[in-house]
Design a protein around this ligand. Sequence first.
Ligand SMILES: [Fe+2]
Length: 297
Amino acid sequence: MSEWQIKPLAGALGAEVIGADLRAPDEAEMDRVKELLLAHKVLFFPGQAVSAEQHVALGERFGRIEDHPNLRNPFTDHPGIFELAATHGGVADEWHTDITFEDHPSVMSILHMVKCPEVGGDTMWTNLEQAYAELSPPMQDLCENLTALHDALPHNRPDKMSIHPVVRLHPETGAKALYVNEHFTRRLVEMNATESEALLSYLTNWVKNPRFTVRYRWSEGTVAMWDNRCTQHFVLNDFQGERIIQRVTIMGDEVSAAKSSDYEPYVRPGPLSATSRHDRQLALFLKTQRGQGEDAA
Ligand SMILES: [Fe+2]
């Protein structure tokens, strides 16, 4: 294996790896990449310029990749690749962990920056394990006892929902992470609607603390990979011109709770009233879940 230089980019997370060649890494190199990803949570490999086939092959070394059979990419027709061409706007400029409205969100993504503006369009990541660790013990206890409803409203599909623990475990390291995001998380399940609104907005803002983050300035040909189980990311919508990314996503995350909640979901008791509307989405989801449970029995 050639000598790799590892340059951490922030105190919280993120490292640049210089000297690696991702076009056809051998087993020892793959082991090293996996180890570095667990340690740094997001890795950047400048100057790779991998082909679409090499990009997909790299993703397959990590697990099952997402297929996009119906997607029409602007420049590539490879079904394993999701391509996004943004000129002004159309970028993910709200903090999020990818697709948490699914029961099994993605494990990680590998992004190839094909074309980027001269200035702007940086991406930020935040470390959700540090965000959890720096909460006070009573707040940690409270959060461990809660679950949250996530939905795909930003994709115009509020009917696509899932409930995840607010504090989850990393399946490989066992570390605890604060698992709520402003983009997809709608409601704390065991709290009433106004309590949920206050605490959820506190937590989703807390994870944005600059001390937990890294900000990356792209250059063309850089490949980045991030662990979606313990991070959120945010794209700065501050650029003019073309920004083209190609992304391969590894599926099948198993979200497990740090502890199971002692409490029942909170839906306002009593007859329907004006305030019942705040519980409508949660009540509906719980009803469909119960229905599925009965079908399965
Ligand atoms: Fe994303």
